[in-house]
Ligand binder design. Structure first.
Ligand SMILES: [Zn+2]
Length: 454
């Protein structure tokens, strides 16, 4: 009996000791992240020396080379680029839009939506009709829509705590507005920006066409200008709207995913991957979306190196190309994983901006979730309270069928859509500490998964 008690005591104390060690390692990870300026200065270089990185652009490929060089400078065990063919859509000249009505002529802040066709040099003019839903459009019918410009003006729902809710409530008209307009014979569409912000900045983002319908040009309009256009339409239903875009599609071009890794000491063939996306939209600098994510991913490796943590599994960071348009990078990465029969035990994505982290969203089975919940206690000192089941990320989503546990970093979303896909997504709007809390949180989770498995 006594011996048995002793064993239990020994086990309990070893367990406590191990917890103390883990708490200490994690404390060191956060301390190192919060006192280091490396990531922040890397983000400055990326944003200020390269800037926006539209898929298929020279800037995107410059960023890939820059990321590769950074990984080599860090002397990671292995750094390489993975070839990916991508779309090459170019924005062209600054977009122009104005209205003519009884009230006179007004100009609007607009931008072409991603992959839209252009209007041609002369632009297009038409009567403009406002709708908030496809049902409204349907009830107007072809007789009222043909030859006109459709203005989709459904505002983002502000009621959700997460601003992703508001984005989700309005982004559909950006993605499918041109298809629905073309269905009824419209010559172009103007779409209220998918954002909870109220300002003069238009937000771009990807849209889609349907090959069996006419491809008509689409622009985004700032939320304030959307309200103004709506007022002008109410004053004068014969209002004419003009816009000009010179965006166009060139043939596909070669581009890259960029990968860095620290080899595992015990199970190098088993991989834990951390990723963000290398491409961005072109109106801003792609700072929050997703410069912070690609740099946080690299930073996890740097934190392991600088604290001398030797992982048992291989820890890999990936900067994925083409998240914003066709996700060719994420698809290619997963295809190579399958072809090489690589084993990914977990994949973590950070693509919600470099804001204060609040936890993780786990796309995992019940057993994995139970195990992950036992890690939660280590994150309490850092106010990372959310350990929830949910979605992970677009790029790593393709890894799910390989059996990888996929995980997303949850961050404070209140300011994300102020910047997202607009000219405001710049370095100045990133806070060094907030971004580094994200890097540290991911590194801490990777440390625990590496040590205890999944
Ligand atoms: Zn993104």
């Amino acid at each position: 009996m006594k011996f048995y008690m002793l064993l239990i005591l020994l086990f309990v104390s070893l367990n406590v000791y191990s917890q103390d060690i883990d708490s200490l390692v994690i404390r060191n990870i956060y301390s190192e992240a919060l006192t280091s300026f490396t990531s922040y200065e890397n983000l400055r270089e990326l944003c200020k020396n390269i800037g926006g990185r539209l898929t298929g652009s020279k800037q995107a490929n410059d960023a890939a080379k820059w990321y590769f060089e950074k990984l080599k400078e860090m002397k990671v065990d292995n750094a390489y680029m993975q070839d990916v063919m991508v779309r090459n859509w170019v924005r062209g000249e600054k977009e122009i839009a104005y209205s003519n009505s009884k009230s006179g002529r007004f100009e609007f802040n607009v931008c072409a939506l991603g992959i839209s066709v252009g209007t041609g040099d002369k632009g297009i003019t038409g009567k403009v009709i406002e709708v908030k839903t496809y049902d409204e459009l349907k009830s107007l019918g072809r007789e009222n829509v043909e030859g006109k410009i459709v203005f989709f003006n459904r505002a983002a729902d502000q009621r959700g705590y997460s601003t992703g809710y508001g984005y989700g409530s309005s982004v559909g008209q950006r993605v499918n507005g041109a298809v629905e307009g073309a269905r009824y014979g419209a010559i172009g569409v103007v779409v209220r920006s998918a954002t909870v912000a109220y300002d003069n900045f238009p937000h771009t983002g990807v849209m889609r066409y349907n090959d069996s319908l006419a491809k008509i040009p689409a622009i985004g309009i700032s939320t304030k200008d959307a309200d103004r256009l709506s007022e002008l339409i109410k004053e004068d239903s014969d209002i004419l709207f003009y816009f000009r875009t010179t965006c166009m599609q060139n043939p596909d071009v070669p581009s890259f995913n960029v990968i860095g890794e620290i080899k595992g000491s015990e199970k190098p063939e088993e991989i834990i991957v951390i990723g963000g996306h290398l491409d961005s939209w072109d109106l801003g600098e792609g700072a929050h979306d997703d410069g912070t994510g690609m740099i946080q991913s690299m930073e996890v490796l740097r934190l392991f190196q600088s604290l001398g943590i030797k992982p048992k599994h291989t820890i890999r960071c990936v900067a994925f190309i083409d998240e914003e348009i066709d996700q060719k990078g994420g698809r290619k990465y997963a295809e190579v994983v399958k072809n090489k029969n690589e084993k990914h035990i977990a994949a973590i994505e950070t693509d919600g901006g470099g804001f204060t982290p609040h936890g993780f969203s786990f796309d995992v089975n019940d057993n994995q979730f139970d195990k992950l919940k036992t890690f939660q206690i280590f994150f309490e000192p850092y106010w990372m309270h959310l350990f929830v089941k949910g979605g992970s990320g677009v790029d790593i989503g393709f890894l799910k069928e390989t059996g990888a546990a996929t995980i997303g970093l949850i961050v404070d979303s209140q300011r994300y859509f102020d910047y997202h896909h607009s000219a405001n997504d710049v370095f100045e709007n990133v806070n060094r500490r907030e971004m580094q809390l994200g890097s540290a949180s991911i590194a801490a989770l990777v440390y625990l998964i590496d040590k205890y498995g999944l």
